[in-house]
Design a binder for this molecule. Structure first.
Ligand SMILES: [Zn+2]
Length: 474
């Protein structure tokens, strides 16, 4: 099915009459941008985010945006970000929309199709970035152009920043803009479009999520150093055994259960929507002294577990230097996702307690892929606050039309996104996305990444309505 036909079917489904044709045009305008973005390689290894930024800048210029409102800027040749401003009446402070243009590497051999060609097959778009997140980038740009053509006058400036370095940690565009050009992106609040907003089950809407908090990312290196020697005369102390024993203790350890304003509200909503034993378990967690058995049962689900606890996993292991020598060094990487309000340093101390072995050194890793990961060990994810009514309100209203029956729920992201930079700069940040994905088909960062054609078309109309609602006070 081509995008145009899909758009027509969708539009006649949603809206009858003349607007159906209008939606068709908007869908194909967004599709053109989407295709162009997918086909510009923006990986860290060989791609160029600058090329994508330039291409979008050209489109905005052609659509009549003044050159002074379109900026392409960044710290290096291949990592230039796009910042565009849509002027409002100035009654309110601006809103900033952020999205990243870079994508994760995609080796051609792993894929059924060329990851850097937009391929439409069996009702899906295939290509690197179809989900994460060139679809949303394209929709945002197409929507700004559409609103300009319609003569839309928002009550606040709408700023759109499409950036580099989200996936690779290198030259992160949001961080760079916050540090070097705060004036360009300063806003009352931020909408981060990077995420799966709508989960479906075989196309049936289940949840519409807005993330109002995030966990913090931290890597730790574990190291055991030993004199070593020949295996003909093994000493009692073996670096590999020591490290393994520590990791086994970590496997068995569970960080404390903890709720914050966002996850408490999230569990409450989940409980309201659940029934039977699941409902009873969720309610038991909300009680003053949560029931341990209920916590065990709920924590079996990886998403629930990650919502309720800081989690750490062993991710890499390295040891020894010869088959016939005792290991002099054994090391491992442990990656942690930390609940808001806690720091990497705090978690490092907990890890030391868990290993309970002074021979296992634990250090916070401040680099990623050879690049400094510039965050202090005592930094914490911002304490979560309840989501703004002017962010979640319109989402609830619009979601009823697009995804009837879905639970609209505010929660905490179990990952970390660019929101960490805007939030820590004091701009409250919320993740909103109108792209629907089957919950068992989330291929973000994976091979044959794909997005339903109908999700893309629906996302176009959703974003148009949502952006208008956000930019005009009721
Ligand atoms: Zn992303």
């Amino acid at each position: 099915m081509t995008v145009k036909i899909a758009a027509l079917i969708l539009s006649s489904f949603l809206i009858l009459g003349e607007t159906a044709h209008a939606l068709d045009d908007h869908a194909s305008a967004a599709y053109d941008i989407f295709k162009q973005l997918i086909e510009i390689n923006t990986t860290d290894s060989v791609g160029s985010v600058s090329k994508a930024s330039e291409a979008l800048a050209q489109r905005l210029l052609k659509a009549g945006f003044p050159a002074k409102d379109i900026l392409v800027l960044g710290p290096s040749e291949r990592k230039k970000n796009l910042v565009v401003r849509f002027h409002g009446s100035g009654q309110r402070r601006p809103v900033l929309f952020i999205g990243h243009l870079d994508v994760v590497e995609a080796p051609r051999v792993d894929w059924a199709t060329d990851p850097f060609q937009l391929v439409e097959k069996d009702g899906y778009f295939y290509g690197r970035g179809t989900l994460d997140m060139k679809s949303s980038d394209a929709i945002a740009v197409a929507t700004l152009i559409r609103l300009r053509n319609e003569g839309f006058k928002p009550h606040r400036d709408i700023i759109l920043a499409l950036t580099s370095g989200e996936e690779s940690f290198k030259d992160n565009g949001v961080k760079w803009l916050v540090e070097h050009h705060r004036d360009l992106i300063d806003a009352e609040f931020v909408i981060n479009m990077d995420g799966i907003g709508v989960l479906t089950d075989h196309g049936r809407p289940v949840t519409v999520r807005v993330d109002a908090a995030e966990k913090l990312y931290a890597d730790f290196r574990l190291m055991v150093i030993n004199p070593g020697g020949t295996t003909a005369l093994p000493a009692r102390d073996n670096a590999i055994y020591r490290l393994s024993a520590g990791l086994t203790r970590l496997e068995q350890y569970r960080f404390p259960f903890e709720l914050n304003a966002v996850t408490r509200a999230y569990l409450t909503q989940l409980a309201e929507a659940a029934d039977g034993p699941r409902r009873a378990d969720l309610l038991a967690l909300l009680a003053d002294s949560p029931d341990a058995a209920a916590l065990d049962r709920v924590s079996r689900d990886p998403l629930d577990n990650a919502t309720l606890h800081t989690v750490c996993s062993a991710t890499r292991l390295e040891a020894g230097h010869a088959n016939n020598a005792l290991p002099q060094i054994a090391s491992a990487m442990v990656n942690c996702r930390i609940l808001p309000g806690h720091s990497a340093e705090e978690v490092r101390k907990t890890l030391l307690d868990v290993f309970h072995d002074p021979n296992i050194q634990v250090s916070y890793v401040r680099e990623f892929d050879g690049q400094m990961f510039d965050r202090a060990p005592d930094a914490v994810a911002l304490p979560a606050g309840a989501p703004r009514p002017d962010v979640i309100g319109p989402l609830k209203t619009i979601a009823r039309t697009f995804w009837p029956g879905a639970l609209v729920i505010a929660g905490m992201s179990v990952g970390e996104s660019d929101a960490v930079w805007t939030a820590s700069a004091g701009m409250p940040t919320f993740m909103v996305s109108g792209l629907a994905v089957d919950r068992d088909d989330v291929r973000v960062h994976g091979r044959d990444e794909r997005l339903r054609v109908s999700s893309f078309n629906q996302g176009i109309e959703f974003f148009y309505q949502y952006l208008k609602a956000i930019a005009i006070e009721p």
